[in-house]
Design a protein around this ligand. Structure first.
Ligand code: AMP
Ligand code: GLY
Length: 432
């Protein structure tokens, strides 16, 4: 079986690494990939914003299975275009991916299907916002409607700040492009959990839960990023709570999409806030999370023959009910090494050393997010550069291994958070 993966990040490295473990897979191709993926897959250059270019890659490669990693190609309709050519693709259509690509669509969908989420208003002008915010207490959350790579959410401490943020989004000052629509939302207090499920449009198969660290600074301070680290362990979502989320959120969402003739096939990433009034949906993503995927797939037990490719094929064929994932007990953690300056401006093209020593630490995998390979050497090529990931019987051990490996890696300006997993570690300390 030949598998083609679209994407270039740590998520795609983890996907390629897992997919390549299947005995059925003979070749993995990644477009465009990165310096780390080059070690396990053949790379084909393409721009992830060039729909026609991606279709041409698929036609030339004739793979048996195509996996679309990032949100941009999904929102452009890559899955629809490939399906129209008779190809087997894992991922949602453009219409189903609107759960991620339009926050107003997602909020109205949640409301239509009575799935718990924060109160909201959709606004198309500053006048709309002025009227709507009268019904909200500070802090007020202002969200751009479309894809914004984690930069479209502003938490405002007053009504005035919310109005200013909205004006900044409408005028194009905040994101560079003028927003036509935005969502005003009630601020939710609680712990965030990333809960990812595979779906064939009808059935839902959950993956193990994870917790991301979106802020750049220690102790969850500073600006939002794509994610600075993540961990996964079973206690994040106890079995009863998971069943509650499946019953009240995951299954109704998949059934709701099917009932609206836009069945969702692929990975539904449910961003949850565990509030005092129960779990609420913060956001949907129509794809695997990054870096959640790195930590989650480290826990997938592939030795017993449960393979991701089989599950992806089951989704395409509408027979996911037969699939059950087996997970390694314990925990995993992924710590992101980023370029100095990220999420602001940063330098690229800096040589990375120490990766061989890091890979020798038992239980560790280094997934590449933003690297390139040139003349046998690896160089930085993005804000998030590496995801140093480890699995172990406990979170403490997984983190120790990840940080031990991280200590062996070097590039100029390397930055990483030292406190990944702090919530879970402090909780277990307090319980003792
Ligand atoms: P989103 O892209 O909608 O997930 O928002 C990005 C981040 O902003 C989330 O991971 C939360 O940390 C925060 N956030 C979004 N919506 C809310 C909300 N209603 N209340 C509190 N925090 C939020
Ligand atoms: N880690 C957050 C995301 O993938 O959207």
């Amino acid at each position: 079986m030949k598998v083609l993966i679209f994407g270039s990040g740590g998520r795609e490295h983890a996907l390629a690494w897992t997919i390549a473990k299947s005995g059925r897979v003979t070749e993995v191709v990644c477009a465009p990939g990165n310096g780390g993926i080059a070690g396990i897959a053949r790379l084909v250059p393409v721009s992830l914003s060039d729909l026609d270019g991606m279709v041409q890659v698929a036609i030339a490669e004739r793979p048996d299975l195509i996996v679309v990693g990032p949100e941009l190609p999904l929102s452009l309709g890559l899955v629809d275009a490939l399906q129209a050519l008779g190809m087997r693709v894992f991922g949602p259509t453009k219409a189903a991916a609107m759960l991620e690509s339009s926050k107003s669509f997602a909020k109205r969908f949640l409301q239509r299907h009575q799935i718990p989420t924060a109160n909201y208003a959709v606004c198309t002008s500053a006048e709309d916002v002025e009227k709507a915010i009268e019904f909200f207490h500070a802090p007020i959350v202002v969200k751009a409607d479309g894809l914004a790579a984690g930069k479209g959410v502003i938490i405002c401490q007053s009504r005035r700040a919310a109005l200013e943020a909205a004006q900044g989004l409408f005028s194009g000052k905040l994101l560079g492009s003028k927003e036509q629509q935005l969502v005003i939302e009630e601020f939710l207090l609680g712990e965030e959990v990333s809960f990812l499920c595979l779906s064939d449009g009808k059935h839902v198969a959950p993956l193990v839960a994870a917790q991301d660290h979106k802020r750049v600074g220690e102790g969850d301070t500073g600006p939002n990023t794509g994610g600075m680290g993540v961990y996964s362990m079973d206690t994040l979502l106890e079995p009863e709570m998971q069943e509650w989320v499946m019953h009240h959120i995951a299954r109704p969402a998949i059934a709701g999409m099917a009932s609206e003739d836009t069945p969702f096939v692929g990975v539904l990433y449910i961003g949850l806030m565990m509030t005092a009034r129960g779990p609420q949906v913060l956001e949907f993503n129509a794809r695997f999370g990054d870096p959640e995927t790195q930590a989650i797939l480290m826990r997938l037990d592939c030795e017993t023959g449960c393979h991701l490719v089989d599950a992806m094929e089951a989704c395409i064929d509408g027979r996911l009910s037969e699939t059950e994932f087996r997970w390694k007990p314990g925990a995993s953690a992924c710590v992101i090494a980023s370029s100095g300056g990220y999420p602001g401006s940063y330098e690229t093209g800096l040589e990375i050393t120490g990766l061989e020593q890091a890979a020798k630490v038992k239980g560790v995998q280094v997934f590449h997010s933003g690297t390139t390979l040139a003349g046998g050497k690896l160089y930085t090529n993005g804000g998030r550069v590496l995801g140093v990931t480890a699995a172990a019987p406990s979170l403490r051990e997984a983190l120790d291994l990840a940080y031990e490996a991280m200590g062996k890696i070097h590039f100029d300006g390397i930055y990483y958070r030292h406190d990944i997993g702090h919530r879970a570690l402090n909780k277990s300390k307090n319980e003792r």
